[in-house]
Design a binder for this molecule. Structure first.
Ligand SMILES: N[C@@H](CCC(=O)N[C@@H](CS)C(=O)NCC(=O)O)C(=O)O
Length: 201
């Protein structure tokens, strides 16, 4: 398999953590990829018309994209049960959607800083994105924290990658201050070898 990869992409990190945790990493060749919404760079547009990574060529000419689809595929391939079944499945998918929503908002802020000329930057829009992140973190702290305990699952991986990305790109925002449970949970989760091996740099 070939994974279109960047070491700083938090969506790619979700896939990488899952590959580490399931033991599938040796089955994958990483293809270094860069691009942005205004310049697709070497992103494989023929594989993913959206011009985004991760994308996984899981067999010759067959490509999966979107981290959620790839993570589910790899979980299925490994038979690792990280998504679970029944009620657990729906909770994990909702937690993953919450974490991915945090990432979407956090990445849009980064693009706004990096790609939009300064005189056209619109601070209320940036703060609107941050408000989404704030509300989602509050929901993880109050509603989902119990679900994040216990054996490894796909929801935990997504949340850990989202928190790691906030630290990486938005370190000045103190998300831990009012979220002691989530903060303690992340401090433990971040010690996993899969998280250490995939730290963005
Ligand atoms: N929903 C997608 C989001 C992927 C995504 O936005 N990846 C970024 C890299 S972190 C990207 O490829 N951006 C290029 C672009 O938006 O054109 C997923 O979960 O895989």
């Amino acid at each position: 398999m070939r994974l279109y990869h960047s070491p700083t992409s938090p969506y790619v990190r979700k896939v990488m953590v899952l590959l580490h945790e399931t033991g599938l990493l040796p089955n994958v060749t990483l293809v270094s990829t860069y691009g942005s919404p205004i310049d697709p760079g070497n992103t494989p547009l023929e594989a993913n018309p959206l011009g985004k990574i991760p994308a996984l060529e899981y067999r010759a000419g067959a490509v999966l994209y979107d981290s959620r689809v790839i993570c589910r595929y790899l979980d299925d391939l490994a038979g690792s049960g990280l998504y679970g079944t029944g009620t657990a499945l729906w909770s994990r998918l909702t937690i993953e959607a919450t974490a991915d929503g945090i990432l979407d908002a956090a990445l849009l802020i980064v693009y706004e800083w990096r790609l939009r000329p300064e005189e056209r930057r619109y601070d209320p829009w940036i703060e609107g994105q941050w408000a989404k992140i704030d509300r989602a973190l509050d929901m993880l702290e109050s509603r989902w924290i119990a679900e994040l305990q216990g054996p490894l699952d796909a929801g935990q991986i997504a949340v850990a990658c989202a928190l790691g990305y906030i630290d990486f790109r938005h370190g000045a925002r103190d998300w831990r201050n009012t979220r002691s449970h989530l903060s303690a949970w992340y401090a433990e989760f971040a010690k996993r070898p899969s998280m250490i091996a995939t730290q963005p740099a």
